[in-house]
Design a protein around this ligand. Structure first.
Ligand code: ZN
Length: 258
């Protein structure tokens, strides 16, 4: 069920019976010369809507702009500051709890959002408002991602390229896949100096903004990733729905030992 398509009486029926919401979040930021800037939010929305369709749970509209200042040197990248993003997602989630939602899955497809969503989840947990968890699609299927691609990359690489080929193939510039590979960084291994991370921006490491070997992506592999990640998401939603609310809430303060 997609919230924006429903009427309020229908939603009232949902809130009477269910208390789970799926919230897609991504970014609008450069994804190299070959992929659209909406890559992350398109992936998040497609997975969230697929899971909502399969399970009947509620999917909210997508939060399309996230925490992406580290891509700002590339044309068109959009972002909001991290504290604003946290407050916005927290307020958005408290709004859901007003209607009766007490468990939320943040379907995330942008690495820059992760720590902030975890912080929002912590705040909602602390106030016993809701149990909200962050879920990142590629982290739910690490073995498959490793098996499918030899030279992956955390950004604009073959896994995201394959996903967009599956979701919106018309937006992929497949005549630029070799350029994407040759102008970026194919071997990614967290760089740093004596244990310190010495860069802030994507532009510090990659000329064209992307990492990995994009020529390894195909729509078929994208479909495989999409199906496997959707299965994981459906299972996560069912698990979360099954938990008694008290079990999801914080432990009481420890007692003094006698
Ligand atoms: Zn991305």
């Amino acid at each position: 069920m997609y919230l924006a398509d429903e009427t309020w009486p229908n939603l009232g029926t949902y809130f009477e019976e269910e208390s789970l919401a799926i919230v897609p979040l991504g970014s609008t930021e450069q994804h190299g010369p070959h992929l659209p800037e909406g890559t992350d939010h398109m992936i998040a929305e497609a997975l969230a809507r697929e899971a909502a369709e399969r399970t009947g749970y509620l999917c909210t509209p997508t939060i399309n702009v996230g925490v992406s200042p580290h891509h700002r040197q590339f044309h068109g990248t959009m972002w909001v500051d991290a504290p604003v993003f946290r407050d916005y997602v927290e307020s958005f989630s408290r709004n859901l709890s007003y209607h009766g939602i007490d468990r939320i899955v943040y379907v995330n497809a942008h690495g820059g959002n992760v720590e902030h969503l975890q912080e929002v989840g912590r705040r909602l947990h602390e106030t016993e408002t809701a149990y909200a968890i962050e879920w990142m699609w590629d982290e739910s299927i690490p073995d498959l991602v490793d098996d499918l691609f030899e030279r992956n990359g955390p950004h604009g690489g073959p896994k995201e390229t394959a996903m967009i080929m599956h979701i919106a193939n018309e937006l992929v510039h497949d005549d630029r896949l070799e350029d994407a590979r040759d102008g970026g960084l194919t071997e990614w291994d967290e760089m740093g100096v004596h244990g310190a991370k010495t860069f802030y921006d994507a532009a510090d490491n990659t000329e064209n903004g992307v990492l990995g070997d994009q020529t390894d992506a195909t729509p078929k592999k994208g479909e495989e990733l999409f199906e496997a990640a959707s299965d994981q998401l459906v299972k996560l939603c069912d698990w979360l729905d099954d938990q008694p609310f008290e079990d999801l809430m914080p432990e009481p303060h420890v007692r003094e030992r006698e």
